[in-house]
Design a protein around this ligand. Structure first.
Ligand SMILES: NC(=O)c1ccc[n+]([C@@H]2O[C@H](COP(=O)([O-])OP(=O)(O)OC[C@H]3O[C@@H](n4cnc5c(N)ncnc54)[C@H](OP(=O)(O)O)[C@@H]3O)[C@@H](O)[C@H]2O)c1
Length: 326
C-alpha cells in the first residue's frame, strides 16, 4: 500500500480507503463486515470512511468496534465520518452549530473513540449561514474532538467561500473534499471542484470509484446480475436504482466489457484498472471502496502503485465512448 498527503495536512492517507455505506451495519453479516475491516488493516489501509446516517448509526458502531478489536493502536488508523443528513428515527439535520455539536458527540460515542480524524460535511447546507458552520467546525477542532475537517459534494463556489472565510477569521481550514469520481462519472474534473481543491490545498478522497461494482465488469449485458451482487440484492438494490441508476444499463455494461482486453493486456484486473485511473490524478489522495467480502478489498488494495500510460488512457476513453458522464 502506498500513502499520500491529504491536501495540506495534517493527515497522510492510504491510496485505497475502506467505506462503510451499505456494507457495514446493514445488508452484510456483522462477522463478514468485521472480517473486511480487519482484512483492510492487514492490507495497509489506514483510512476508514463512514457517516452518522449510514445504517442509522449502526455503521459507526460496527466500524468502531471492529477497529478496537483489531489489535491496532488508535494511531494506526484514521476514522473519517460525516454530518448533515438526518439519522433515523430523528428528523433533524444540517450544519448549524447546535447540530454539529450534537451529532459530533453522538458519532464519538457510537465509534467508541475520543477523536475523529476527519469530520466531513456530507452535503452543503443551504439553510445555515456558512460562517456559522465554519466557526462550529473550528470549535470542534479546538476542543480536541476532531483533528481535521472536510466536505463532500459541495459545489466549487462553496469550497472557495469556505476557504475565504477560514482565512479571514483564522479558523481551521478544510483539508479534504469527497466527490463521486470514476471512469464513468468525471464531473469533478470539469465542474471546478478539483480546481478549487488545488487552489485551497484540499485533497480529494473520491467515492464510487468502482461505480458500485459495475467497473469490476461482473455485470454483463443481456444477463441477470450475478447472485449476491448489489444489483441482485433487493435490500441494497435501492442504491443501484438511485445513486447508481445511470450505471445500470446494458449500454453501460457493454462499454465496461470493452475495458476487459485493455486490463488483460496490461496484466491488470478490472478493479486495478478502474482504481489506478482515479489515482492517476494528483488531486486524488485516496479512493474509497466498499467491499462485501474480504477478497474484494484485497482486489482493490492491489491497485495501489499501479500507473497507466497515456496511450492506455486514450484506449480507455475510446472503449467507453459516450457512456461517460462529464
Ligand atoms: N460522500 C458521499 O456522499 C458518499 C456516497 C456514496 C458512498 N460514499 C463512500 O464511498 C464508499 C464506497 O461506496 P460504494 O459502496 O457505493 O461504492 P463502490 O466501492 O463503487 O462499490 C462497492 C461494491 O462493489 C462491489 N465490489 C467491490 N469490489 C469488488 C470486486 N473486487 N469484485 C466484485 N464486486 C466488487 C461490492 O458489491 P456487491 O458484492 O454487493 O456487488 C461492493 O460492496 C462508501 O462505503 C462510503 O464510505 C460516500
Amino acid at each position: 500500500m502506498q500513502y499520500r498527503p491529504l491536501g495540506r495536512g495534517p493527515l497522510t492517507v492510504s491510496e485505497i480507503s475502506f467505506g462503510t455505506w451499505l456494507t457495514v451495519g446493514a445488508h452484510t453479516e456483522r462477522a463478514t463486515a468485521v472480517a473486511c475491516i480487519h482484512a483492510a488493516l492487514d492490507l495497509g489501509i489506514t483510512l476508514f470512511d463512514t457517516a452518522n446516517m449510514y445504517a442509522a448509526g449502526e455503521a459507526e458502531r460496527v466500524l468502531g468496534a471492529a477497529l478496537r478489536s483489531s489489535g491496532r493502536s488508535r494511531d494506526q488508523y484514521l476514522i473519517a465520518t460525516k454530518v448533515f443528513n438526518p439519522v433515523p428515527p430523528e428528523p433533524d439535520k444540517g450544519l448549524s452549530a447546535a447540530q454539529i455539536a450534537k451529532q459530533l458527540d453522538r458519532s464519538l460515542e457510537r465509534l467508541g473513540t475520543d477523536v475523529i480524524d476527519l469530520y466531513q460535511c456530507h452535503r452543503y447546507d443551504k439553510e445555515t449561514p456558512l460562517d456559522e458552520t465554519m466557526e462550529a467546525l473550528d470549535r470542534a477542532v479546538r476542543s480536541g474532538k476532531v483533528r481535521s475537517i472536510g466536505l463532500s459534494e459541495w459545489p466549487a463556489e462553496k469550497i472557495h467561500a469556505a476557504a475565504e472565510l477560514t482565512t479571514e477569521h483564522g479558523w481551521t481550514p478544510m483539508t479534504s473534499s469527497q466527490p463521486q469520481y470514476s471512469l464513468l462519472w468525471r464531473k469533478p474534473e470539469e465542474n471546478g471542484v478539483f480546481d478549487a481543491c488545488c487552489e485551497h490545498g484540499l485533497g480529494n478522497i473520491v467515492y464510487g470509484p468502482l461505480a458500485q461494482g459495475v467497473l469490476t465488469g461482473k455485470y454483463k449485458p443481456g444477463e441477470p446480475p450475478p447472485a449476491e451482487s448489489r444489483a441482485a440484492n433487493p435490500e441494497a438494490n435501492f442504491a443501484m436504482e438511485t445513486l447508481g441508476r445511470r450505471f445500470r444499463s446494458d449500454e453501460v455494461w457493454a462499454a465496461v466489457q470493452r475495458l476487459q482486453p485493455i486490463a488483460g493486456d496490461l496484466g491488470l484486473t478490472m478493479p486495478q484498472l478502474a482504481l489506478a485511473w482515479v489515482l492517476r490524478r494528483a488531486e486524488v489522495a485516496s479512493a474509497i471502496v466498499g467491499a462485501s467480502r474480504p477478497e474484494q478489498i484485497a482486489a482493490s488494495a492491489a491497485a495501489s502503485g499501479v500507473t497507466l500510460a497515456e496511450d492506455v488512457l486514450t484506449s480507455i476513453d475510446v472503449a467507453l465512448g459516450d457512456v461517460v458522464l462529464r
